[in-house]
Design a protein around this ligand. Structure first.
Ligand SMILES: Cc1cc2nc3c(=O)[nH]c(=O)nc-3n(C[C@H](O)[C@H](O)[C@H](O)COP(=O)(O)O)c2cc1C
Length: 211
């Protein structure tokens, strides 16, 4: 079987957010899709190790912000590469509450509020099936696709993402890889100031290793 065929599946980019007893939590997902049209049901694949997964399992409610091409990469960095287990992500990401659930404040195409109907066990992940109870358009233009995230922002999916790809070492150099998010810096990173941080996840220059 040639699993690289799976790389040709298309996705969007979303912030899946929930309320953890008054504390906003959330993570990035690319695996949201609409399942039915009347009283719409959507599905999201969430890794069981994600803190957000446990909160949604308990509260049975979540908000989904639809990211746009203008959504700051730093917000994706915080939500997609750190865990709410040990960080208050929303100290670094602008948000507002809608029905008590966090919606990203900056540059989103819209949002949905959803009530969980059931969670289908899929080994490492759970497929969260949920009914959309409220929805509104945002002001930002183009929805961000997963392809755009990879090719324009040059981000990588972390291990918890269902679409994670194991990288083979590149033959040519010099490239430096961020040990936190996998962002590739091309060129001589030594020339960057010591204050340089990863444009995706804000990790310090010391987190980069020669690929
Ligand atoms: C581009 C991208 C796509 C991702 N897609 C998913 C996904 O579809 N499902 C998932 O469970 N995690 C996905 N992740 C990983 C989670 O966002 C990440 O593990 C996050 O740190 C979990 O945070 P939490 O522990 O606070 O919930 C994705 C991350 C990125 C950057």
């Amino acid at each position: 079987m040639d699993e690289t065929v799976l790389w040709k599946l298309s996705y969007g980019m979303y912030a899946l957010c929930a309320d953890d007893n008054g504390r906003p939590v959330g993570c990035i997902v690319n695996t949201a899709s609409q399942i039915t049209s009347v009283n719409p049901i959507i599905a999201v694949s969430v890794n069981k190790n994600n803190y957000t997964y446990g909160v949604i399992g308990k509260t049975k409610k979540f908000a989904l912000s639809i990211l746009s091409e203008e959504t700051p990469a730093a917000a994706i960095g915080v939500l997609g590469y750190q865990s709410g287990k040990n960080t208050n992500k929303f100290e670094k990401v602008a948000y507002r509450l809608e029905q008590g659930l966090p919606i990203l404040e900056e540059a989103i195409c819209g949002w949905l509020i959803c009530d969980v109907l059931s969670i289908v066990d899929c080994e490492t992940h759970g497929i969260v099936l949920a009914r959309v109870s409220a929805a509104e358009n945002g002001t930002a233009g183009q929805p961000m696709t997963y392809k755009y995230f990879h090719e324009v922002i040059k981000g990588k999916a972390p291990k918890n993402a269902p679409t994670y790809r194991e990288e083979k070492p590149a033959a040519e150099a010099p490239k430096y890889v961020c040990s936190v998010c996998g962002y590739i810096y091309e060129g001589d990173i030594a020339r960057e100031p010591d204050t340089y941080v990863c444009p995706i996840c804000n990790a310090p220059k010391s987190a980069f290793a020669r690929k």
